[in-house]
Design a protein around this ligand. Structure first.
Ligand code: PLP
Length: 502
């Protein structure tokens, strides 16, 4: 409670909390003119503004820490805008009402949750910016169950002693993949780093030039190699690498043959790559371990569903490779995780690396991962229940029906400004998987008289449940492939609001 009354023109020191250094800001260097100084002096102090907020019913519902911080930030912003703009001091409105309004907007923004669900209408199924794979109902249920209670996370209930964090997923991963041993860490980038650090620290790692990938978020094979202490030995050329290139590069200090799945691009035309099987044979002859970073990693052969063939995890494991790594939240359709499969001895060594602790997988992730992987015991069930798989294999007919339903919802708004069209476009797999694959889809293209596609896009993005679409040829485009059935109504309401507003 504020008991004292403060004058509006309090001194600068009241604003310490926002890393404000009066000497620096008002020093000769800044060249603050007289108008600016006058304006700066009229800026109210935090305590004065706090008192004003006490009288306002809105702020009664807002925690004190939020109010104070909002005030500090607003005052700091105003000061910066005065200092930055020496020409336009006359145009500054620094009335109590304006400032309190700004504080209110900031506080309103601050008390809203920042991480919210969005509607993915982009047609990019594994959209990294939108959180990659939504979880299956089973995975969500298991995650909630484990989240609420204690669990046997690292407790062996049979022996009554400390157990392994990986035991809940190791069996099922081995069963489905055919691997001898399995574990999981925070993400696949972590899995690759951990494996290289364990196997190849201070040793040469042979990689084909055509596989020195960069995926989004600054994950580059050469950089991750450097971080792990492995010494990169590139072989072959960008488009062609032969077995003899690997063979000729092998020397005493060679610690690993690494194959990286070029998940987000394709080398086509005059190209040649060495198969994992050939590499494994070469590694055996020279007693050098072989590792594959599969990137996306799938248990399902997508060519059965009319898509381009991706190498499956089972196929990799069957070659006898020492270690395979892949993501949990790309084609697998589970939570963010990096899964490591391979030979028992190798996995045993990796589990003992102290980095494993730093990259430790969380129990909620494990819960979701266990359910997701279990679904693969029955491929049909996996495709029906794992949203990523369901969206990827969705029939054109089913997409078209959803598009028509969305059209009807919008037509029901009966607004003459609205023009709606069904258009044939393509969806994308995303997540750096199957880069060449274009999945035929039926989109809803929307135009509104006197509202630009950019303005529609912005309004939808700022909807209480943000709707993320794309713009093509001046139309706002919604791809039903990635829109869930219960989201259609929300989209309808958002358009209703947009049309009402303008
Ligand atoms: C995506 C990817 C990674 C990184 O996986 P995250 O789970 O995003 O950390 C590593 N390697 C390849 C080949 C990839 O495609």
């Amino acid at each position: 409670m504020i008991k004292f009354s403060f004058s509006r023109f309090s001194f600068w020191g009241a604003l310490d909390g926002v890393s404000f250094q009066p000497e620096q800001k008002f020093g000769r260097k800044m060249g603050v003119n007289e108008d600016q100084q006058k304006l700066l002096r009229t800026l109210p102090g935090v305590d004065y503004l706090l008192e004003l907020t006490q009288a306002d019913p809105f702020f009664k519902t807002v925690p004190n820490s939020v109010v104070t911080r909002s005030i500090r930030l607003v005052v700091a912003e105003l000061r910066k805008s005065i200092l930055d703009d020496s020409q336009n001091t006359a145009g500054k409105n620094l009335s109590d009402e304006t400032i309190i309004q700004k504080v209110r907007e900031r506080a309103e923004h601050a008390i809203h949750p920042n991480l919210v669900t969005t509607i993915n209408a982009t047609g990019v199924v594994i959209h990294t910016n939108l959180g990659r794979s939504p979880l299956s109902p089973d995975a969500v249920e298991n995650l909630l169950t484990i989240a609420k209670k204690y669990s046997n996370l690292e407790f062996d209930l049979t022996k009554g002693m400390r157990g392994s964090r990986y035991s809940c997923i190791e069996e099922i991963l081995c069963e489905i993949s055919g691997a001898e041993a399995a574990m999981a860490v925070n993400n696949n980038a972590g899995a690759v780093l951990l494996c290289l650090d364990t196997i190849a620290k201070g040793k040469k790692v042979i990689v084909s030039r055509g596989e020195l990938i960069e995926i989004g978020g600054s994950f580059r094979i050469p950089d991750i190699m450097a971080k792990s202490g492995g010494i990169l030995k590139e072989v072959g050329t960008t488009n062609r690498t032969h077995l003899k290139d690997y063979k000729n590069a092998i020397e005493d200090n060679t610690g690993l043959l690494l194959k990286v799945h070029t998940s987000n691009y394709s080398v086509v035309g005059f190209s040649a790559a060495v198969t994992l099987k050939e590499l494994v044979a070469l590694g055996k002859t020279h007693h050098i371990p072989v590792m594959e970073d599969l990137g996306s990693g799938t248990f399902i052969d997508f060519s059965k569903y009319g898509m381009i063939k991706e190498p499956t995890i089972q196929e990799s494991v069957a070659t006898g490779v020492d270690v395979v790594t892949f993501s949990g939240d790309k084609l697998l359709g589970g939570p963010q995780a990096g899964i490591i499969l391979g030979k028992k001895d190798m996995l045993h060594t990796i589990k003992k690396n102290p980095l494993t602790r730093a990259l430790r997988i969380d129990k909620l992730t494990l819960a979701a991962l266990e359910s997701t992987v279990s679904a693969y015991r029955d491929e049909n069930r996996a495709i029906e229940t794992i949203p990523t798989l369901k969206m990827l294999t969705m029939s054109f007919k089913a997409i078209e029906m959803k598009a028509v339903r969305l059209c009807h919802l919008l037509e029901d708004l009966k607004d003459p400004r609205l023009s709606i069209q069904l258009v044939d476009l393509s969806s994308r797999v995303g997540g750096g998987a199957l880069p060449l694959l274009e999945l035929p889809t039926k989109c809803v293209a929307i135009k509104i008289k006197e509202i630009s596609a950019n303005a529609i896009e912005k309004f939808m993005r700022k909807n209480s449940t943000p709707i993320i679409g794309r713009i093509e040829e001046d139309c706002f485009i919604l791809d039903p492939r990635t829109i869930q059935d219960d989201e259609l109504v929300i989209i309808g309401t958002a358009f209703e609001n947009l049309l009402k507003r303008t």
